[in-house]
Design a protein around this ligand. Structure first.
Ligand SMILES: [Zn+2]
Length: 248
């Protein structure tokens, strides 16, 4: 999980309609005697409001079309959806509030459901910096601080150590190890180059390997948080960066 930067200004359609749509929801809650009792077709008609293309476009762009919690892309985890950080069933006043929206995959959304984040807070990647809160232990995401109940709750509520995420992280780990190994080999070869031409050639090959690794940490890449963790702890990557800097 990494921080996502949402534009502070809501899409125009929300600025124009949020109050009206919120009143509609509250009227229906009164009319039917509670949120849960509103007929599904009426709910669905109301939910089309926040699923407007201009809202989805702006929201999903903030996370490069990734899930704000697990960092998957739709190909792996189903559609990305407009998720209410504080559930609309419990906080109808926030049902059409831009600040309350997160781009979240179907798997995380299904797992989080109506968890009351007001009562039992979880990490909000558009507010908090998850990289200061979470680290990894093998394939598991874990809190940096042992007694961090908010971090623990986030992992539990969004199911961030599920089989599908183990699979994704293990595939990525395979790539990271293999590029790291490649970089290690080039460093060794650079040190033993007997001609300047060979040395330059090997430095260029090392630069290519490091560029691939750097790219994996870009915010738009799936599971960038996991890659950043791995590479920030890689002595080989650190040495390679140092070597390339000395050569530039
Ligand atoms: Zn997700």
């Amino acid at each position: 999980m990494i921080h996502i930067s949402k534009d502070k200004t809501p899409p125009q359609i929300l600025l124009d309609n949020a109050d009206k749509w919120t009143d509609e929801l509250k009227n229906n809650i009164c009319k039917y005697g509670g949120y849960a009792k509103i007929p599904i077709e009426i709910k669905n008609a109301m939910w089309t409001h926040y699923r407007h293309e201009s809202i989805k476009d702006k929201l999903f762009a903030s996370s490069f079309n990734k899930c704000a919690f697990c960092e998957s892309k739709p190909a792996e985890s189903g559609n990305i959806e407009v998720e209410h950080f504080k559930p609309k069933s419990l906080y109808p006043d926030l049902a059409f509030k831009w600040d309350n929206f997160l781009p979240v995959c179907r798997k995380c959304n299904d797992s989080k459901r109506d968890h009351d984040t007001g009562n039992e807070p979880i990490v909000n990647p558009s507010v908090d910096n998850p990289e200061e809160i979470f680290t990894y232990y093998f394939l598991n995401i874990v809190p940096i601080k042992e007694s961090d109940t908010v971090a623990e709750k986030t992992i539990e509520v969004c199911d961030l150590n599920s089989e599908r995420l183990y699979d994704a992280r293990s595939k990525l780990l395979h790539s990271l190890c293999s590029y790291e190994h490649q970089a290690k080999e080039w460093i060794k070869e650079i040190d033993t180059s007997d001609t300047q031409r060979k040395r330059i050639n090997r430095i260029n090959r090392l630069r290519d390997s490091v560029e691939i690794l750097d790219k994996l940490m870009d915010a738009e890449q799936t599971y960038a948080g996991f890659c950043r963790y791995f590479l920030n702890n890689s002595k080989v990557y650190k040495r390679a960066k140092q070597l390339l800097e000395e050569e530039s």
